[in-house]
Design a protein around this ligand. Structure first.
Ligand SMILES: [Zn+2]
Ligand SMILES: [Zn+2]
Length: 334
């Protein structure tokens, strides 16, 4: 059973995830390109996977509809599908009560870890997807949020993507993670504390300030893109809806649609500027706290963190956000 444990001295938490230790390791490009490697997400391999929780299909008139896969049958002409992750970070356990072990303690977090196969095409990466494909994927994200949030134990839902061999992902076939839990990770707790203590929405102050700063990248009707002042990663980008929304279900259709496409374009800009980098994006949002102002954090990955950075919690970023913004402005829409 995976456990959340607290550091001896600080408030920092770690997830002891022994259940993940049997997942494939190594550089995914090598895994994928090895002769004989069979991608489990490619069409034709459905039988090797568990039945999907939801499959998105298109009917003859072009309308999208969903279906639950039966245990003994598999859909072949799917557009997107949702599975339970074989190697979950969180599991739907019964009890989440703290367990005492002498002077130490742990909790067993409740949660659901889903995997979305974004496309049937092995190399249809997010940043090259067509607009209607991106819109459908975001619709799937929103459907999963709505479904998972129905369980009152769920306090946190993250939607993220690991693209490329340095992203931490283990398969190249485009897919996303939807991780929901009763546990709210440290960063979000700290952000919520700051947002709750402030009189006005802090993120809206950020938008107002950065709109005219050297870190500004792009503004559209409902969305703004900046390189954050204290960027942890070189070329880190934040994509922020301008109106106050705590999660993707609180955006109206126009805001929602624009956000999806701006994110795709930001990934594309990074891909063009930095020569096909690995990248991660994560939708930071809350399930039940309206004070939160959601945003998407996107960062390319060039290297693994050093011992200094990991051990001391002091990330080292070698590219000034102002320089990153200046370069990225030129690549938007390209
Ligand atoms: Zn594949
Ligand atoms: Zn706000």
């Amino acid at each position: 059973m995976n456990q959340i444990r607290k550091d001896y001295l600080t408030d920092d938490r770690v997830l002891i995830a022994t259940i993940r230790s049997s997942r494939p390791r190594g550089v995914p490009e090598e895994l994928a390109e090895k002769p004989g490697f069979e991608c489990p997400f490619c069409p034709g391999k459905e039988k090797n996977l568990a039945a999907a929780k939801v499959v998105y299909l298109r009917d003859e008139s072009g309308k999208i509809f969903t279906k639950v896969e039966e245990e003994d049958s598999r859909e072949s002409c799917w557009l997107v599908k949702v599975l339970d992750n074989k190697f979950p970070v969180f599991e739907p356990v019964e009890s989440t009560q703290p367990v005492e072990e002498k002077d130490l303690s742990y909790t067993i977090p409740f949660g659901v870890h889903e995997l979305v196969v974004d496309s049937p095409r092995h190399d249809n990466y997010f940043h090259i997807m067509k607009s209607d494909e991106v819109q459908l994927l975001f619709q799937v994200y929103r459907d999963r949020f709505n479904e998972l949030a129905r369980d009152e134990r769920i306090q946190f839902i993250s939607i993220s993507k690991n693209h490329g061999p340095k992203s931490g992902g283990t398969l190249l076939h485009p897919h996303s993670h939807v991780i929901s839990s009763s546990f709210i990770p440290n960063r979000v707790v700290k952000e919520l504390n700051a947002l709750e203590a402030a009189e006005n929405c802090l993120m809206e102050s950020v938008i107002a300030r950065e709109r005219n700063s050297p870190r500004f990248i792009l503004e559209q009707q409902y969305t703004i893109v900046i390189s954050p002042y204290a960027a942890v990663f070189p070329y880190e980008v934040w994509i922020i809806p301008k109106s106050h929304a705590s999660n993707i279900t609180k955006l109206n259709e126009d805001e929602f649609g624009e956000l999806a496409l701006v994110l795709r374009d930001a990934c594309r800009a990074l891909d063009n500027l930095l020569d096909k980098p690995s990248y991660n994006f994560i939708i930071n949002q809350t399930v039940r706290n309206e004070k939160y102002h959601m945003y998407i954090r996107l960062f390319p990955r060039f290297y693994f963190e050093t011992g200094f950075e990991i051990s001391l919690g002091l990330p080292v970023n070698e590219v000034a956000p102002e320089k990153a913004a200046e370069e990225l402005r030129r690549f938007f829409g390209g």
